[in-house]
Structure formats: structure tokens, C-alpha cells
Unconditional design. Structure first.
Lengths: 115, 137
């Protein structure tokens, strides 16, 4: 079931308010407090990165949480600009793009993360 | 400023709960002087929104030589990497001034963050306020 859907800008206060609301809503759904805290932390860090490094302050971000019997899934889609820090700081890409956290990046420049 | 104004005009959509205004996100800091020790009771979130104000307040409280500061974290339920950064800055500042910084009554979820990030090994942590005050007195 869908527990939470939000569209927001990358403003820091909005991010704080969002993670507080996610926490309250997931607790209301009966999710373990420890897991809820982890989800709030990941969302806060991810959205802060989008705002600070993705330049998405005004580009908009959507957050969609789904609660199932054995997991909570969060999908974050942002309109921030993409960049590869290995290219920026090292001058060239040394390894293949990192997909371990399930980040799906499209050629359009939008980022999509599933947690 | 356009981002913030935009956010207020577009409140979050969430079924069945009261809309939370962005202005409600804040951190409360209450300070007490106990001899040569300054005790700060913190309440709320220490994150990207509140970390700058927290840092500025702590900077004032540690301006004297050899500052002795206890921060009671019993009311702090969330610390992000932005919060960790200002705690580290505070620790460096206090140490550079030959002072002492102690944290006490850290909630379990926040303690987990301190453990994972290695902050536990750098900080002087105490179970309760009384122990921290006694250690720094």
C-alpha cells in the first residue's frame, strides 16, 4: 500500500519537515521504530545531496513510499543535474558506474533512486 | 528565498494527517551555568535546517578560554550528517581552546549513528546528565 507521497523543493527546511512526516506516518503504519529511523536518515541524506549537489533547489523532487508486509520501499525522483565526481575531480572515469544503491540514471539528466 | 516560499505554497500531500508547516522544524537550546561548566539542554532535530543555529550558539558558549561544555542530548531524536559535522567542528574548537566537551543521555537511534560513524570514539559520552556534570566539574 502507498503510505506517503510528496512533491517538494530541495529547501533544507522542507527536507527536515518531510523526514519528520515520513517518520510519523511509518510509525502510524506500525513499522518498527528502528527501521523507521533508518528510512528517515536515508531520505534526509539523499534529499540533502539532491539539494546541495544536484542543484535541484527549484527543480522539484518527488518522494513515494510503499509499505508491504516485509519491506518499506522509497522512490525518490529528482530533476537535478547529473555529474560524475570521478570525472570532475580525477579527470576521467576509472571504474564502471556504481549501481550498488540501485540508482537508475537516465540520459535526460534526471535521477531516480529506489531504496 | 524562492524555494522556501514555493514550499509553503505547496504543502506536502499525505493522506489523513495534519499538514505540517516548515516553520515547525526547529531545535530548542536551553543553557545553564553550573560553576565553570556550561550545560546545554538540546531538544529537536540536529540536521541541515538546525545545524547552523546550533553551531552559532555553541560558538558563543565556547568563546572563553578552556571552555567546559556539557550538551544534554536526551531531547534530540535525529542527527544527520549535517548535524555530525557541526558536532565535530564544536569538538575541534573546544579542544583547540584546551577545553572539554561532553555529551550525555544520547537516545539509542542517535547513539547508533555516532557508533557507525566513529564519533563514539572521539566524544566524551555519559549515560546521564549527573555523570557528565560530575566528570567536568
Amino acid at each position: 500500500m502507498t503510505a506517503f507521497t510528496a512533491e517538494l523543493t530541495g529547501d533544507q527546511e522542507v527536507i527536515s519537515a518531510l523526514t519528520e512526516r515520513v517518520t510519523a506516518d511509518l510509525v502510524d503504519c506500525g513499522i518498527d521504530a528502528h527501521a523507521v529511523h533508518h528510512m528517515a536518515l536515508v531520505l534526509d541524506e539523499l534529499l540533502t545531496n539532491v539539494a546541495v549537489h544536484g542543484g535541484a533547489g527549484n527543480a522539484g523532487v518527488s518522494v513515494h513510499l510503499t509499505v508491504s508486509s516485509d519491506r518499506v520501499t522509497a522512490e525518490v525522483v529528482d530533476g537535478g543535474k547529473m555529474f560524475d565526481p570521478r570525472v570532475e575531480f580525477l579527470g576521467r572515469r576509472r571504474t564502471a558506474p556504481d549501481r550498488r544503491v540501485g540508482i537508475v540514471a537516465g540520459a535526460s539528466g534526471h535521477g531516480r533512486s529506489r531504496l | 528565498m524562492s524555494g522556501r516560499a514555493n514550499a509553503i505554497e505547496r504543502p506536502f500531500r499525505s493522506a489523513g494527517r495534519r499538514q505540517k508547516r516548515v516553520e515547525e522544524v526547529e531545535m530548542e537550546l536551553i543553557e545553564e551555568i553550573h560553576g565553570r561548566v556550561v550545560l546545554v539542554k538540546a531538544r529537536g532535530r540536529l540536521d541541515g535546517t538546525t545545524s547552523a543555529a546550533f553551531s552559532a550558539r555553541m560558538e558563543k558558549l565556547t568563546a572563553a578560554p578552556q571552555p567546559r561544555l556539557v550538551v544534554d542530548f536526551s531531547g534530540v531524536d535525529f542527527v544527520s550528517s549535517a548535524g555530525l559535522r557541526v558536532v565535530l567542528t564544536l569538538l575541534k574548537r573546544v579542544k583547540a581552546a584546551s577545553g572539554v566537551l561532553a555529551l550525555c543521555a544520547v537516545q539509542a537511534p542517535v547513539r547508533e549513528v555516532l557508533d557507525i560513524t566513529g564519533f563514539t570514539g572521539m566524544l566524551d559520552l555519559h549515560q546521564g546528565r549527573a555523570e557528565a556534570m560530575a566528570a567536568l566539574a
